[in-house]
Design a protein around this ligand. Sequence first.
Ligand code: SER
Length: 315
Amino acid sequence: MKRILIVGSTGQIGSELSIRLRSIYGRDNVVCGFYTPPYPEGFFDAGPTVEINALHIEQIAGAVKEYKIDTIYNLVAILSATAENYPQLGWDVGIGSLMNCLDVAREYHCAVFTPSSIGAFGPSTPKDNTPQDTIQRPNTVYGITKVLGELVSDYYYNRWKVDTRSVRFPGIISYMTLPGGGTTDYAVEIFYKAVQGKPFVCPIKPGTFMDMMYMPDALDAAIHIMEADPAKLVHRNSFNVTSMSFDPEILYKSIKQYYPDFKMTYEIDPLKQSIADSWPNRLDDSCAREEWGWQPHYDLEQMTKDMIEKLRVKS
Ligand code: SER
């Protein structure tokens, strides 16, 4: 049975990953490291928690020792648009947390998952069917931290046999905890507006395609890669994974099936648009499918239906 520490457990991914991991490995085998509020409802009653500032290595090491951790999920990051506005912070948080988790893992023999992203690609990357192994010259701080994360994670594996594994997440759509400061956030916010009966002002131009994924599939990816048979892994850091690719118009039409009067207008955010333009249209995730059986379950229609049902209950 794994003993897991999630660093950054209160964010968009962590708040749901902790629930799923506890359902698999048991409540007390998953320790939630928290730092930045707001904390999800019931967070402190759902299982063990520990305050961790990921920039303080001794706090991560302390939790790993105390709870006899063997697997670290490092989910700490400043998302793409915020990191462009606060580059030093984006760098310090992304790289600081990464290096601290890797060094603790090396000393205490833990496996480490640090998500990479579609942001690890840049304007010179092939945009369609973006291959697993291709040009990675991102032009954002977030993307640079993600490429460095991939390289350093592979380095720790090759040099010190630290069991590092990762996936390149697309934009993640979910209803429990809002993302913050990401370029793909529009694809979450639009659902909230539709369910509230309000119009949506889209910051991304029509015709801008990006990879997306519904949260249940993102959780599957994060868990299955860590359970994968290491003998079958040719790659480690990091695997292309995707579920769907759409532009704002396609998403709008999908939501309009449930809310025919829903209105969307455009007010382009130049920063987010330039980031989106530098990212792929659609990843080729065949290596993940072949090496560890990656298989998403939600397409755009299924996701739209489920998001709307869940948000209706919430509101
Ligand atoms: N969702 C992230 C962002 O938009 C990409 O990984 O920054």
